[in-house]
Design a protein around this ligand. Structure first.
Ligand code: PGA
Length: 247
């Protein structure tokens, strides 16, 4: 089971970040079989990494270029140098700032080249009874995997996060997630079926959006997912501890 703790822009100081990181470490140490990847604000990655025993670190975004005149951006090389091993790409909150599928395509390829594991977020803003969500997710996946060679397809983690569930009161229902998991696998199988050598498609699919302890069991059993991308419930040691205990 993989849990990505997406701290977003919390907490306000490095001291608090290290306190939360230490608490997270204790919570996770008591649980076997759970891989926890903490994605703090980039400024805290290095300090957390120095104390990372038992946890992994992710950046919340990166730029495509390796260096140069890109004020305010951070590169994959810098992320690696700070000792993160994962990078979240295409989060809905980045897409809302104007990030395009085209940029995400280049970022996924760049992350793999740099030796980082991309955690690619996909998800629709609205669902309708005609299945508009499937068109959205298919085109996001096609773009994200456009430059991913067959040998690397299973190295990319996919976080399905319906935009309407992020920050909401409750997650989507597990049956709909199960359907989406099948759809994601089928889309990747279709994408990679034309090659010379058959590829075994076994993607790691996470669910994200309003996850907390009370929904872990149902979503894990019913949603056909390998884990969760957790926002709010990961920035408070009590709610995170409850979530990890519920696994
Ligand atoms: P949430 O955020 O768990 O607070 O809904 C999830 C996310 O955006 O990663």
């Amino acid at each position: 089971m993989i849990i990505v703790a997406n701290w977003k822009m919390h907490p306000g100081t490095e001291r608090e970040a290290l306190r939360l990181f230490e608490a997270t470490k204790k919570i996770v140490a008591a649980r076997k079989g759970v891989t926890v990847i903490v994605a703090p604000p980039a400024l805290y990655i290095r300090a957390c990494a120095a104390k990372r025993k038992g946890l992994f670190l992710a950046a919340q975004n990166a730029t495509i270029e390796d260096d140069g005149a890109h004020t305010g951006d951070i590169s994959f090389t810098q992320i690696k140098d700070a000792k993160a091993t994962y990078v979240i790409l295409g989060h809905a909150e980045r897409r809302a700032c104007g990030e395009t599928d085209e940029q995400i395509r280049a970022k996924v390829a760049g992350a793999l080249r740099a030796g980082l594991v991309p955690i690619v977020c996909v998800g629709e803003s609205i669902r309708d009874e005609n299945g508009a969500q499937f068109d959205t997710v298919r085109s996001q996946l096609r773009a994200a995997f456009a430059e991913v060679p067959a040998a690397k397809v299973n190295s990319v983690i996919i976080a399905y996060e319906p935009v309407w569930a992020i920050g909401a009161a409750k997650p989507m229902n597990p049956r709909d997630m199960h359907e989406m998991s099948i759809f994601i696998r089928k889309t990747l199988i279709d994408l990679y079926s034309g090659g010379q050598k058959p590829v075994k498609i076994a993607p790691t699919i996470l669910y994200g959006g309003a996850m907390d302890a009370s929904h872990v069991k149902d979503m894990h059993e019913g949603g056909d997912v390998s884990g969760f991308l957790v926002g709010r419930a990961s920035v408070d040691a009590t709610t995170f501890s409850e979530l990890i205990k519920s696994i």
